[in-house]
Design a protein around this ligand. Structure first.
Ligand SMILES: *Cc1c(COP(=O)(O)O)cnc(C)c1O
Length: 464
């Protein structure tokens, strides 16, 4: 099975676009737009030079932050649609890509099990979450939004923007929202919406949505699922033998709203989030003049059900084309990809369990792994110093650099798991890897061995 080179796909898109353009009367491009070839080449070469400052996000040895390039088919589709540059805020700004947006949003809603929905793409998870919180405020004016201390930092920020009282709740030792603390807050009657994070950005921890939904129903509050990072793991929850804890995901269909970021695990370039509401009549909140039926109409103007106005139609085109090739299937397409990244995390975690120089921090729920060097003395200070040292040394070495990320955690959370650990300061720096590329799976043993060897050197004092 061969892969079509990106350059061929781009040429195909550009060729089709030129043929489409040729259907109109010829005209001359204004000379004000002309850029001499040498100037263009020099500018592009300067750009390429500047871009070398980046880390190699594409490479499996980049096992750091939640970043990877889009799939080539997404790039080709985005570029092809961008030649037209449709604007998905309205049907007359981009009729073709607006229809594609409705189709992909429907596919995503179906994946989560929503029988009805209203939704659209956004520029990202932050805007999508803000929109869900804005709706929450209109439906529960004056009531608070609660989320865990591990929820994405933008929830607090957006509550500030929207002037919604925000309540932050502690997490348990695994980084999930503490249900006892949540229940206490719900009992006060001050809460309008619970935000459940389906995969926290730091640990990938999944809040127990299966337990949160009944609590929310009892207290008459809304539930918003922030599945910006973890949403596509839903495909694994749909399997007969799910390789993740499926119960929280299987309750997503009962949430009032869900956010997922196709620009994280959906192989898309940045600029692609998605917000879904289970109740289509949510649309009436956006513009009060429009009748309810308007929002179920096929001739929907996306700008009338979104906070943002202009949005790249190319984003919808890229996602639509990607899903034609790599569908939302639990066994193939995107499902097979998240199964592979999940398997890499499980294997990593097993290796860390058996290692003599590294220790796991939490057991991964999805595909983010957190771990730390076994230092002597086993204190927050020495773990932090060794983690920083491993991180920097691996990244800065000339031969085969490896890119990890660091994460600051409560030292007490380490002590809970490892009685020998001494929390000599309130926080500790540990190591974190987002294993979000399917290529990571084959590299796990080799990557882990190298990090282990570095940890061994450093904790033996060779690099300190
Ligand atoms: C990334 C992320 C966000 C923010 O989304 P952006 O697309 O970066 O704006 C919100 N919540 C979670 C859980 C995330 O992982």
């Amino acid at each position: 099975m061969g892969t079509t080179p990106l350059i061929d796909m781009l040429a195909r898109g550009i060729g089709s676009h030129a043929a489409w353009q040729a259907g109109w009367d010829g005209y001359t491009e204004d000379e004000l737009l002309a850029v001499p070839e040498r100037t263009a080449t020099a500018a592009l070469d300067a750009l390429s030079e500047r871009l070398r400052e980046n880390y190699p996000f594409f490479h499996p040895h980049y096992a750091g932050q939640m970043i990877k390039p889009p799939h080539p088919i997404a790039i080709a589709a985005y570029a092809t649609a961008m030649l037209v540059n449709p604007n998905n805020h309205a049907l007359d700004g981009g009729p073709a890509t607006a229809r594609m947006e409705l189709e992909v949003v429907q596919d995503i809603a179906r994946m989560f099990g929503f029988a009805t929905h209203l939704g659209h793409l956004t520029s990202g998870g932050t805007m999508a979450n803000m929109e869900a919180l804005w709706v929450s405020r209109m439906l529960h004016p004056g009531k608070a939004v609660v989320f865990s201390s591990a929820a994405h930092y933008t929830h607090k920020r957006m509550c500030g923007v929207l002037q919604i009282p925000a309540i932050e709740i502690r997490t348990d030792a695994d980084g999930r929202i503490d249900l006892a603390a949540l229940e206490e807050v719900l009992a006060t009657g001050s809460v309008g919406t619970i935000v459940a994070t389906m995969g926290t950005t730091s640990l990938g921890a999944v809040d127990p949505l299966d337990r949160i939904i009944p609590l929310a129903r009892r207290h008459g509050v809304r539930v918003h699922a922030d599945a910006a990072y973890g949403g596509f793991f839903m495909l694994l929850a749909l399997r007969d033998a799910p390789p993740i804890h499926a119960a929280p995901f299987r309750h997503l269909k009962e949430c009032d709203s869900i956010v997922v970021d196709p620009h994280k695990h959906g192989l898309q370039p940045y600029g692609c989030g998605c917000v879904l509401f289970r109740d289509p009549s949510t649309g009436t909140l956006y513009t009060h003049e429009s009748p309810y039926t308007y929002f179920t109409s096929k001739e929907l103007h996306l700008g009338e059900i979104s906070l943002e106005c202009s949005r790249a139609g190319a984003s919808a085109a890229a996602l639509w084309t990607t899903l034609q090739c790599l569908p939302l299937s639990s066994e193939a397409g995107l499902g097979a990809i998240v199964a592979s990244t999940r398997a890499a995390a499980v294997e990593w975690s097993a290796l860390a369990d058996r290692s003599t120089s590294l220790l796991p921090f939490t057991v991964p729920d999805l595909d983010i792994v957190t771990y730390m060097p076994r230092t002597a003395p086993f204190t927050a200070s020495s773990v932090s110093a060794a983690s920083e040292n491993i991180f920097r040394t691996l990244m800065e070495r000339e031969v085969r650099p490896i890119y990890l990320a660091t994460l600051t955690v409560d030292a007490a959370a380490i002590a809970v798991r490892h009685p020998a650990f001494e929390a000599d300061r309130p926080t500790a720096v540990i190591l974190r890897s987002v294993l979000m590329k399917p290529e990571h799976r084959r590299c796990v043993p080799e990557l882990f061995r190298e990090i282990e060897a570095m940890a061994m050197n450093i904790t033996n004092g060779e690099n300190l």
